[in-house]
Each structure stands twice: as structure tokens, then as C-alpha cells.
Design a protein around this ligand. Structure first.
Ligand SMILES: Nc1ncnc2c1ncn2[C@@H]1O[C@H](COP(=O)(O)OP(=O)(O)OP(=O)(O)O)[C@@H](O)[C@H]1O
Length: 575
């Protein structure tokens, strides 16, 4: 779970999100135009009020109406353009994060919850979007509004402006420490939020396990506990916000009262006109509202810092190594040379060596947890060996581009993975060329899957539920076999089904596997006697290492542990 903390920087954020500069500038200019128009309106009102004593000037009135219209138009346009920029930013961030997530090695996913990743892509990106597209622009125009208003106020009346400015340091003294507290709270709250997403994702995907174990009550409590903790953070934040807002209002009201009182005095003394006082008060609002959005920006900026840091952490993670330029046209031999591997701690595999020639079947046998699946994971290059090397012909694996390498392999596990989609989508998944209906059906026929697929009311268009839940285990495996047949890989990795299938289903799966194996270089985690008897070589694994390589007959003769295994495991399996 531990990650190096990536420092937040606006330039980094800018680089990562690469906002569309032209549109951003246009939106900003329109927003500034809108501010300028809003600032001009009080001056017009002042003129109209000062002129009221004599007579209402139609040109002044027309000017005011034109300004009001311009205010509406510039506001609408800038809001739309900036919202669009925001959407572009969030799309860019999500796309980058998604690309990154796909490029991260399998080991990353061993250490992180997928729900946590989902939260990054959905929640954190939205937080960043709000800051960049809305708050950031608001803060720029707010500053502009405040500065211009202050300048105009000085031209209207210097002593009153001086009184007004005393409120500025007071406001910052209030906002800054509260902002810092807000950052800590927001960071924690977002962490909890991603924890909740992770929890819900996991629980809902294992709903059958929960029901079967009747642990709904416990899981409800666990979920409620997490919601409680979110609630606490929400309340803490609300507390701060509810203190901040009235505090700011109180400061502003005091300023307003003082200014109006002082202003009334100056009008009565004849130092300023009543029109100037009205303009002054209107400009005061041009300051108060922007100061409000500046203070909101402070809290939202702190919130974004947390979200951005987490996104940066992901974006800075090491991706799978795609280097290598050599291409293998005709793989003759896959070789493990003294390969050692650990998932982070102790070595799980030590000194594993074997060679598999093209067109042969290699069976792996050994007790549970000995590292057979790990050998497959290394073959697929989900992990890099910690020691030794893997080579294809004479070329080290690391010299062959990962995508090229993985195209050579197909893995048919016991519990074949399915994606939500049609049966056809699942058979053709990962094909990087157009596939005809005949090819799909031919593959399904060879995999003994055509018959059951045809019986579905929608045939090949039948929708497969999440993770293939609507199919039986045997059906899923036959679809996976059809997929592998269509892919026509150089190397086939096969995890033979244990006794989980009924005998008819097993016969059908076995038949299709035999078809799949024909003429291919295959590696099989063997659970059946017939597989080991037919294999060209058997690799016996004990305690994470290879203790014997040979044919069934040879090993039966020479390898005590193999003999015991055959007696215990395979005779039971083939019975
Ligand atoms: N992703 C992982 N992270 C950490 N350790 C793992 C991981 N996958 C497997 N292991 C550990 O590696 C060892 C070998 O596991 P592996 O799955 O390769 O064994 P196996 O021989 O295929 O077992 P089985 O026949 O029961 O499937 C086990 O001790 C297991 O706990």
C-alpha cells in the first residue's frame, strides 16, 4: 500500500492535464470582460443617480441596458466555454490514468485494490476538474474584480477605501489556518472515500460468497462503520465550513455597516454625493462576492492538492517494460535457465530450469502451492524473474517486445475469465483482426461449445453476465478453449480442471482440450493421469524447485516422489 508521496505543483498539474489553452484563454477573457462590465455598471448607476436631480438621460439608460445585456451574454459564454474546458480536462485526466492503469504491471494490482483505482479515475479527477475549470478562473476574475474595484473606490473616496481595506488582513488571518485544516480533513476524507469504493466493489463482486456464508449482517456492520467514518469527516468539514461562512459574513456585514455609516456622514458633510455612496456600496459587493469565491478557492485548492497527489502517485508508477526489438518468427524452444522468483518477500521459485521444444507437451506436477501457476505467470511475463532468465530460441525474453511475446501465448485457466458481453465477444476477445462468423463457429465446434451455444435463445448473441456468471464452469472453459483455438497461439498454457466438472462435461472439455493441444507447444498443470502419460516431458516440482524431468515411464522408474504423486493424485483423479 505504501507509495512515495508525489508533491503537488500547479505546473505539474498543468502538464498532466494539458488544458486546451485557446479555449481557456477565451473563457478567461470573456470572464474578465464580464467582470469589467459588472464593474462599469455601478459607475453608470452613479451617473444616473447624480443626474436624477435634473432629468433622466435616455442615452445613459440605454447604455445601462446594453451593459446588462452584455453582462448576461459574456457570463453565459464564459460559463459554457469554461465548463467545456473542465470536461476536456477531466477526460484527459481519466484517459491518462486509464492508460496508466492498463500499463501497470500485474504486481501493482497485487498491492492495490481495484476499487481504490476506480475512485481515482472517477472522484479524484472530478475534484481536479472543478479546481482548474471553475475555481481557478473564478479566483482570477475575483482578484481582478477586487483590484479594479479597489482602484475605482480610491478614485471615488480615499478615506472610505482606507477604512474598507483594514478588512483584508483580518479576512486572510481567518481563512488561511482554516484552509490548512480543511486540507488535512479533505485528504483523509478522500482516502476514506476510496476505501469505501474499494470495499463496495469487492463485496458486490463476491455477493454469492456473502450470501452463502450468511455474513450479510457482518458485512452490513463493516459497511456501516465505513459510512460512519465518512460521516464524521463530512461533519468535521461542515463544522469548519459553517464557522467560516458566518464568520466571513460577520466580517463583511461589519465592514458594510461601518462603510455605510461613515459614508452617510461624509454625504451629510457634503464631501461625497449620494450617487458616489451608492456606487461605493455597489463596488463593495464587487469585492465581497469575489472574496467569498477566493475563500472557497482556498479550501477547494487544498482538497485538490490531496486528489492530485494521489493521481500523480499513480501516474509516476513504473510501467511494464516494453523494451526489446527482436522478433521471433519461428519459436523452436522455450527455456527457463536457473530461474528464481519471489512476489516481494521470500523466493517462491528457486533454480527452475527446463526446456520445451516446439510441438511438445510439458506437464507440471507437484503439490498445491509449489509454484506451478507462478511458472505460468513468468511465462506470460506478468512478473520478471528475480534470478536467472527465460529465453525463446537463443533470445532472452527481455529482448522481445512484451506485446509480441504475449501474442505467442494463450492461457486457459480452470476458472476461465469472461467479460460482460455476448458469447461471440468473449470468443473473439483479443483478436487483432476481423473474424468471420464461420471462424467463430468453427472454433466453437472444435471446442465442443457450438451445441450448447446454439441452444441459447440468442445463440452467439447471448449476453454473458458479469464474469460469466450465467454460464456453467464447463461452458466457460469451453468458450475459453474456443477463444484459444481462434487465437491459434504458439504456446498454450493450460490449467487442467480438477474434479469440479461432472463426467459428461469433463469428457466434452477434455475432448476439446485434446483438439486444442494437437500440434502445439503446450504446458499443462496436470491433474489427469492420461495427460501425464501422454506428455513428452513431465516436470516434477517440490518446494519451489524442479526435482525431476522426464517421461512418465522414466519418472515412475527413477523418481520416488513422482511415484507417490501418481499413486495419490492421478489414480484418484482418473478413477
Ligand atoms: N500474487 C501473489 N502474491 C504473493 N504471493 C503469491 C501470489 N501468487 C501466489 N503466491 C504464493 O506463491 C506460492 C506459489 O503459488 P502458485 O499459485 O504458483 O502455486 P501452485 O503450485 O500453482 O498451487 P495450486 O496447485 O494450488 O494452484 C504460494 O505460496 C502462494 O501463496
Amino acid at each position: 500500500m505504501k507509495m512515495t508521496k508525489q508533491a503537488f505543483s500547479l505546473s505539474g498539474l498543468w502538464r498532466v492535464t494539458s488544458p486546451p489553452l485557446g479555449q481557456l484563454v477565451l473563457g478567461l477573457l470573456l470572464s474578465m470582460g464580464n467582470t469589467a462590465v459588472s464593474l462599469a455598471i455601478p459607475l453608470f448607476i452613479k451617473k444616473i443617480m447624480d443626474a436624477l436631480a435634473e432629468k433622466l438621460s435616455p442615452s445613459l439608460l440605454a447604455g445601462l441596458i446594453a451593459l446588462l445585456l452584455l453582462q448576461v451574454v459574456t457570463s453565459a459564454l464564459s460559463l459554457f466555454i469554461l465548463a467545456r474546458v473542465g470536461q476536456q480536462i477531466v477526460r484527459q485526466l481519466r484517459t491518462k490514468t486509464w492508460r496508466k492503469l492498463l500499463a501497470l504491471p500485474v504486481s501493482y494490482y497485487d498491492r492495490h485494490h481495484s476499487g481504490e483505482m476506480i475512485s481515482r479515475v472517477t472522484n479524484d479527477t472530478t475534484v481536479v476538474m472543478n479546481l482548474l475549470s471553475t475555481e481557478m478562473v473564478q479566483v482570477v476574475t475575483s482578484f481582478l474584480s477586487v483590484i479594479v474595484s479597489v482602484v475605482i473606490l480610491f478614485t471615488l473616496d480615499v478615506p472610505m477605501t482606507a477604512v474598507l481595506l483594514t478588512a483584508v488582513p483580518i479576512t486572510f488571518l481567518i481563512v488561511m489556518p482554516i484552509g490548512r485544516k480543511m486540507y488535512r480533513l479533505s485528504y483523509e476524507q478522500q482516502n476514506r472515500m476510496s476505501d469505501v469504493t474499494a470495499f463496495l466493489t469487492q463485496m458486490l463482486s463476491e455477493i454469492r460468497l456473502i450470501k452463502a456464508s450468511t455474513t450479510e449482517g457482518e458485512e452490513f456492520e463493516r459497511g456501516s462503520g465505513k459510512f460512519d467514518s465518512l460521516f464524521e469527516y463530512g461533519v468535521k468539514k461542515a463544522k469548519i465550513q459553517s464557522i467560516l461562512a458566518p464568520l466571513m459574513t460577520a466580517v463583511m456585514t461589519t465592514v458594510l455597516v461601518v462603510i455605510i455609516g461613515y459614508g452617510a456622514y461624509r454625504v451629510s458633510e457634503g464631501l461625497i454625493t449620494s450617487g458616489e455612496l451608492v456606487a461605493f456600496v455597489l463596488y463593495l459587493f464587487q469585492i465581497i462576492i469575489p472574496v467569498g469565491s477566493i475563500s472557497r478557492f482556498v479550501t477547494s485548492f487544498q482538497e485538490t492538492k490531496g486528489a492530485t497527489e494521489r493521481l500523480f502517485q499513480i501516474l509516476a508508477e513504473q510501467e511494464e517494460n516494453h523494451e526489446g526489438t527482436e522478433c521471433i518468427e519461428a519459436p523452436r524452444e522455450l527455456v527457463f535457465e536457473e530461474v528464481g522468483f519471489g512476489y516481494g518477500g521470500e523466493l517462491v521459485l528457486r533454480n527452475v530450469s527446463f526446456a520445451a521444444r516446439q510441438g511438445t507437451i510439458t506437464a507440471f506436477v507437484g503439490p498445491s502451492g509449489v509454484g506451478k501457476t507462478t511458472v505460468f505467470s513468468l511465462m506470460e511475463r506478468f512478473y520478471e524473474p528475480s534470478e536467472g532468465r527465460i529465453r525463446l530460441n537463443d533470445v532472452p525474453a527481455s529482448h522481445i517486445p512484451l506485446r509480441e511475446w504475449r501474442r505467442l501465448f494463450s492461457y486457459v485457466p480452470q476458472d476461465a475469465p469472461m467479460l460482460t458481453g455476448s458469447v461471440r465477444d468473449n470468443i473473439t476477445y483479443g483478436m487483432n483482426r476481423a473474424v468471420t462468423e464461420e471462424e467463430v463457429q468453427e472454433a466453437a465446434r472444435l471446442a465442443n461449445a457450438h451445441a450448447f451455444i446454439s441452444q441459447f435463445p440468442d445463440g452467439y448473441d447471448t449476453w454473458v453476465g458479469e464474469r460469466g456468471i450465467t454460464l456453467s464452469g464447463g461452458q466457460r472453459q469451453r468458450i475459453a478453449i474456443a477463444r484459444a483455438l481462434l487465437r491459434d497461439p504458439q504456446f498454450l498454457l493450460l490449467d487442467e480442471a480438477t474434479a469440479s466438472l461432472d463426467s459428461e462435461s469433463e469428457r466434452l472439455v477434455q475432448e476439446s482440450l485434446d483438439t486444442l493441444l494437437q500440434g502445439r507447444t503446450a504446458f499443462v498443470i496436470a491433474h489427469r493421469l492420461s495427460t501425464v502419460v501422454d506428455a513428452d516431458q513431465i516436470i516434477v516440482m517440490e518446494n519451489g524447485t524442479v526435482t525431476g524431468v522426464g517421461t512418465h515411464a522414466e519418472l515412475l522408474r527413477e523418481h520416488d516422489f513422482y511415484r507417490t504423486l501418481v499413486q495419490q493424485q492421478f489414480h484418484r483423479g482418473s478413477a
